[in-house]
Design a protein around this ligand. Structure first.
Ligand SMILES: Cc1ncc(COP(=O)(O)O)c(C=O)c1O
Length: 362
């Protein structure tokens, strides 16, 4: 079966000596390896204001905390995502206001978001779902008009671009995940990037109980309670080794994605997703809409190719019951969207066969 997701791990002869060295170095907690990884990751995304964390969930929780999101506030968010995007909002005590998606893309719809802005809106949470980039032109305009900051959840979109620049330096805060099945994994891990040093300094304290690493522990004074969300030297070392391969690895996702964009155009029963102006997807999961989805999935599985919708819409969870509302475009999207394999393990012959199989119909 060709899987939908598969962790890329750099060759053993590169990875194992580095991991062994750091494991027995006597310093496995947050240290130089973490700071080196942060610098390298910052170079990759084109923004030096980066902190490495132990998960993407930690990044989201810190992002919301840096923006002082709390009880009495509203955050406009999308139901089309993995759960942590929204459970972290719930943890702050803020209310989630669901924005509808664009039924063509499954991404948050700026027209609906603008309608739902109130005096209590504290942040807009964007998710570049499955590696597709949100309509940043429209969201930047809303943010400029209203002064409401954007958090970009880019857990799915490492290597995606807006205006020719990597995702990670456009909005006030961007969150990344290096969890097992993401385009880059550090086994588990995450990162957060900022456009201001001030936000980053706050976040740096929040990732370690609220302590200031620049001051000796005995002289420290915690003014705001923080978390234990930092990355350690072992995951950071894995990240550094991985990162050397990531441009090439993500290049394969992108090349396969572009191939499908061409080859699946005008195929009966398939509707392709349009990408927004000035955006470039990183194709973590190739995403499209199909008619009679259950039949499509069954047919693909019969051919040894995994196909699935993968994520459960967030708004139907009981924990978010108070936010429930009509989302007509989400209904339409959710009935039809599906992912097909697109990543580094999908070779040229595989992708040609996948297209052939789809063209035969279901
Ligand atoms: C959209 C999205 N946001 C956030 C996360 C959280 O990342 P992590 O699993 O690294 O905590 C994930 C992945 O699980 C995700 O898919």
């Amino acid at each position: 079966m060709i899987p939908l997701v598969k962790p890329y791990i750099a060759p053993t002869e590169e990875m194992m000596p580095r991991v062994e060295k750091i494991l027995y170095s006597g310093y496995i907690a947050e240290g130089q390896a973490v700071y080196d990884f942060e610098r390298e990751f910052g170079e990759y995304i084109g923004n030096p204001l980066v902190l490495a964390l132990n998960s993407g969930t930690a990044a989201l929780h810190i992002a919301l905390t840096v923006l002082n999101v709390g009880a009495g506030d509203e955050v406009i968010s999308t139901p089309m995502t993995a759960e942590p995007t929204n459970t972290t909002i719930a943890l702050t005590g803020a209310s989630i206001v669901w924005g509808d998606v664009d039924a063509r893309t499954g991404l948050l719809n700026p027209v609906d978001v603008r309608r739902k802005v109130t005096a209590r809106t504290k942040a807009i949470m964007l998710v570049h779902y499955a590696g597709m980039v949100c309509d940043m032109d429209a969201f930047n305009a809303i943010s400029e008009e209203t002064g409401i900051p954007i958090i970009e959840d880019s857990a799915h979109c490492l290597g995606g671009k807006y205006n020719g620049k990597m995702i990670g330096s456009n909005s006030r805060v961007t969150c990344f995940s290096f969890q097992a099945i993401k385009q880059m994994t550090t086994v588990d891990g995450g990162a957060i990037s900022f456009t201001s040093e001030e936000d980053m300094d706050k976040a740096r304290k929040l990732r370690w109980f609220g302590l200031d690493k620049k001051v000796s522990r005995l002289e420290n004074d915690i003014k705001r309670a923080g978390f234990k969300y930092g990355m350690n030297n072992v995951n950071a070392t894995i990240g550094s080794v991985q990162l050397a391969h990531i441009p090439e690895v993500i290049g394969t996702y992108i090349s396969n994605g572009k191939y499908y964009d061409e080859a699946l155009r005008n195929v009966d029963g398939v509707t392709l997703v349009p990408y927004y102006l000035h955006t470039e997807p990183s194709y973590w999961l190739y995403t499209m809409k199909v008619e009679r989805r259950d039949d499509f999935i069954r047919m693909m599985e019969g051919q040894g190719i995994m196909a699935a919708p993968l994520h459960h819409r967030s708004d139907t969870h009981s924990v978010f019951a108070a936010s429930r509302c009509e989302l007509p475009q989400m209904e339409e999207w959710y009935r039809h969207f599906v992912h097909i394999p697109c990543g580094w393990w999908v070779g040229k012959e595989d992708r040609e066969r996948i297209v052939e199989v789809i063209k035969r119909g279901w």
